[in-house]
Design a protein around this ligand. Sequence first.
Ligand code: NAP
Length: 476
Amino acid sequence: MHTSRIFCFGNFVNGRWQRSINDGINVYNKYTNLGIGMVANASGPEVDAAVTSAYDAFNRKELDSLQRFEILMNAAEIVKKRKEEIVELLVSEVGKVYKDAAAETDRGIQTLIASAEETKRISGSGVPMVQPGYQPNVAFTVRVPVGVIAAITPFNFPLNLALHKIGPAIAAGNTVLLKPSEKAPLTACMLAEIFQQAGLPEGHLNIINGTGEVGRFLLADERINMFSFTGSPEVGRLIKNGSGIRKVTLELGGNAPNIIHDDVTDLERAVKLCMKNSFSNSGQACISVQRIYVQNRIYQEFIEKASAEVSSLIVGDPMHDHTDIGPMISEEAAKRVESWVDEAVDSGATVLIGGRREGAFYYPTILTDADASMKVVCEEVFGPVVTIIPYETIDDAFGMANDSRFGLQVGVFTSNLEIFRRATTELNFGGININNVSSYRSDVMPYGGIKDSGLGKEGPRYAIQEMTDKRLIVIH
Ligand code: NAP
């Protein structure tokens, strides 16, 4: 059953919801298209109040690391207790299928626990100070929080990606201003109450709702010390260019390649993993399998198995626990994907399966005969479309995989140790998965791309390094 609750969120400032939602933004269920809520559309004064709240809370320096540990563990426990409610809201506001929403919520709990655990491990290191003519002084570094962090998140994993910013930021002793996506802001807004119940004092987490316009006010406010952004490369570039001499981490897009060599140990497994991760979340994931390069000798078998696998996927109501593929975030997004597929077909690509749109649904689609000049190959599709391209030598496969402005993650299936060794140095990506797909991510690992895929790493331990400054202490 889709939730019939109507949610109403203003801006969460200094521990209270500011209820004014004049000219607010409507949020609707992506499957039923019925309204499920409204959020504020903040402008300058509201953003200013939120920054003041975060700035003052940071300067109060009221939480030690054990208190931060307890708050984060409490938050994990509350998310666990409220899981069903959170999952239903994720399904409604994103159109994410039930099992994926449940998986995201479970991951969010782990992100919180991992952040809590890191509160006890934030430390610097000893510095050898040996220099001719100087007494050898004792020196060491300590890690100090950067201050106020603006966290800007996308629509596709609205819970876990918000927690990947809030968790480490709080763990390190910072305060946070969260600006969730206007397309799916409700789950993130629930976090205000969750953290309050968990014991986080007022001002440490503030939530500003609104459009991308909010970014302009955030960038102009020099009390913000760091921007932690996840979203498209276009907006990431704006934030990088507008943030001046302040810290920035950017988790951006990708068009992830996956290489299936003819010595793959288990072709069946490779096909299943590739197909599942081409279409889960309707392909709206930065590490979604988008380009599959298959060695010529196993190409025919691969596409036959892939096609059979896709035929068994269930497209429909995301609230049903057997559904595999739900709607995209909007009809407009599905129309964009449709136009890219049509364009590819006009240029010579073949639709092996799918290639059909119904409202916001785009049916899982496999394209063959595609090449690097087509958007479905060289840009980020961010929809349920995958291309399967044959290759002869592993050099060809590495060349095609690297031929991209993105560099987030790559998957390589091989049983050849030499190919594995070469992959680690010759593939230009932030993460390389051997014998798994590009989409593999554990929440504790260092995660982040190179080139247009971003800057800096997430994963609580690594995000904390980004969200702290190294301070040198020398005892003379
Ligand atoms: P988006 O359009 O870039 O939006 C991301 C966030 O930025 C939203 O909160 C958006 O607000 C806000 N925003 C828009 N314009 C802004 C501006 N000028 N200044 C500051 N903030 C602004 O991305 P999306 O469509 O939500 O998400 C899809 C993209 O995110 C894809 O490229 C995907 O690959 C990437 N992504 C990357 C990762 C990763 O970890 N690498 C993970 C998930 C997604 P509004 O929604 O209100 O416009």
